[in-house]
Ligand binder design. Sequence first.
Ligand SMILES: [Fe+2]
Length: 186
Amino acid sequence: MKKTLTSQKVSSETINALPGQPLATSVETASGLLELFTDGIKDMYWAENHLVKSLPKMVSAADSSKLESALSDHLKLTKDHADRLEKVFELLNIKKQAKKCDSMEGLVMSGEHIIENTIAGTKGRDTGLIMSALKVENFEITSYKGLIQLAAMLERPDIAELLKKNLADEMEADQMLTAMSQKNAA
Ligand SMILES: [Fe+2]
């Protein structure tokens, strides 16, 4: 019974979020969407800043110079992502604020466990680091896609454009890490 109620709720939210569907019309729905959106931005702001602090550990744990420089380049991009999110706060006319992102905290912790449980200078360590970085990218890609959709529903193409830049960087990193992972396994 409980399951049915949950699926009905999800189904109605999903229909509302489909591209091409009418935008929110009631003030109550629009403010709910805005709250969902701003919460998501605060979440990602925390996530990106947490990554800025955590990526250096992964950079120094990497064995191959290619992986080291890929992670190091992504650290620079991650700082840009946090800066863009600060611009989103400005455009929304609200104070910048980070909200702890449990998902990113867990992903970073699992990356740290990989470092603890693998031997430095081995292919196994690098494979683990790539896998961990790919998990982070997948989370970020999904999050930005959802936020871009919400920005469109809120009729904020200016904000959607900024978020698309972050998404493009994450997708590029995902492709590059996937290629590296395949090469590592060959
Ligand atoms: Fe990012």
